[in-house]
Design a protein around this ligand. Sequence first.
Ligand code: F6R
Length: 261
Amino acid sequence: MEIIILPTAEEASEVAARLVARQVREKPASVLGLATGSTPCKLYDLLARKHREQGLDFAQVTSFNLDEYVGLGPDHPASYHRFMEENLFSHVNIPRERIHIPDGLATDVPAHCAAYEKAIADAGGIDLQILGLGSDGHLGFNEPGSSLASRTRIKTLTERTRSDNARFFTAEEQVPHHVITMGLGTIMESRMCLLLAFGKAKAEAVAASIEGPVTANVPGSLLQFHPRTKVLLDAESASLLQRADYYQWVYKNKPSWQTDL
Ligand code: F6R
């Protein structure tokens, strides 16, 4: 794990955008794993700007989103289909047929999840997976207690996550209880992970994920076993890390051949 702590979420998102842009420039036919929620909004904004102003070309990119609420169709204002459309897809040129998001209206959920896994495998696997972190440590919608080997499937949200996400709905009762999410095993097969976490509300989950024991109680901690994960934090989300000074020293003193951001 490489831990990169920057003063603000904006600065951390800029580094994330440079990393994603580099991935797409080096491998135009990259397979990107995408997250929703507040955390990646700035990153998507910066990618849209790079597309507009620098010609960053997504024409050969394939994307797979982590999750979707069960029961919400693509036009529901709180669906992740709608979120992705508004925050990224309508601003860049990923071909429609190569965009994948779990279908919240799937009638045969297990078959849909199996097909989603197959589509990821058929695309050659995910090159770069963007991740946010739940305040309870979830990755995707793999809530605490999720199998560390899990694949795309239906999950039940915790009350904490429903309450955290109520801001996207008109009332908390409207937050669905069920979601379809890539599994932890699916996420771990990505060739590179980019975990973003910002704000004081994430500080405990960040510390537990990076410096705590690897446990299903904190799904984010599984990334300690991932061979190529970068974690981008702001000062607030990093505030409970015991080795923050060390991570900052490492980042500032990288050998010149490593400073590619
Ligand atoms: C969303 C997702 C979730 C979020 C997490 C943090 O696709 O996978 O794990 O990343 O709930 O959400 P925000 O960014 O809204 O704090």
